[in-house]
Ligand binder design. Structure first.
Ligand code: SF4
Ligand code: SF4
Length: 68
């Protein structure tokens, strides 16, 4: 049986605790897809995100979380 089709906007990263984002922008600098907008709090463009996890690993506050 064919796998259900997944769209890129079904996969991504979201800011789990926006109130605690320190706007250090380490995640912005780390993102290879330029998917994170430099705002306070940061905003992820789900159409660009490839779930590489780099922002999750670099965030000092554990703010970035992967969602399915
Ligand atoms: S998971 Fe990767 S591609 Fe997605 S926002 Fe984070 S660093 Fe960018
Ligand atoms: S690395 Fe974490 S604390 Fe820094 S801007 Fe990104 S989400 Fe906010």
């Amino acid at each position: 049986m064919r796998e259900p089709e997944r769209y890129r906007y079904d996969r991504g990263v979201y800011v789990a605790a926006v109130g605690k984002c320190g706007a250090c922008f380490l995640c912005v600098d780390e993102c290879p897809e330029d998917a994170i907008h430099k705002m306070e709090p940061v905003k992820v463009d789900y159409n660009r995100c490839t779930r590489c996890m780099r922002c999750v690993e670099v965030c000092p506050g554990g703010i970035m979380q992967i969602i399915d």
